[in-house]
Design a binder for this molecule. Sequence first.
Ligand code: MN
Length: 288
Amino acid sequence: MKLCRFNIDRLGVVEGAMVIDVTPALELLPNCSYPLPRHDLFIEHLEEVKARARELMATAPRLPIDSVSLGSPVANPGKIMAAPVNYTKHLEEAREHAAIHHNNRIEEIRRVGLFLKANSSLVGAGEGVYIRHPGRRNDHEAELVVVIGKRARDLSREAAMACIAGYCSGLDMTTRGPEERSLRKSIDTYSVLGPWLVTSDELTNPHEIDFSLAVNGEIRQRANTRDLVLGIVDLLVLASSFYTLEPGDVLFTGTPEGVGPVVPGDVIVTDFAGIGRMTVAVHGARTG
Ligand code: MN
């Protein structure tokens, strides 16, 4: 099933070019009082929500997907984990062009591990990216994103895939410079998730996904997830050996070669096989 959040507080099932409004399915989520849980309730109760959504679909309103504004498919992730340089060719590219990483020492992901992006950087495709420091280089990074479905720590390789709720495409936007990754990649709107969540029962082989990213119609990145240095199982084993994974946590799996700058006015389109196309506008500095 493809599930989207749209028009701020609506839940939809995506079928072809239409979105079916199944928002009443969210009524089965528990009401919470302060202190609020530090994980995403929609993802925690995903199976029940899906079952209710299926019941509602027959009579629910249908809208053209182009007429809605898509929010992040996960509203409240407990954490946004991300893999640095995790495709062999991107590693070579980064080493060749030290300017891409501002002469930071490029290290193997096996030594560097993972990093976190601020939750406040998260947006959906419909919100777009707002360039915060237009005088600096701001790069696109297209990445497959894994959404965690179950609480897990110290995962074995055998158990890893069963903790996945589904997949999204993502943009790990980056301001280049000497600062720590987590600072440069945590600017408001610099984590784009979407266009919707494809549940793991529908997307059963994330290990061989063809994907591409284009800017203003020009292809900049084209790769397949089979070329990940650390694959999805490796990443989940690594992440769960440091963090407890919670429902709704998201994991950006790393970007392939072809990263490049974007400026206000650009339009980024990602296309992931089995997920779909995501269109993201790049805006100038946000006012107010
Ligand atoms: Mn990245």
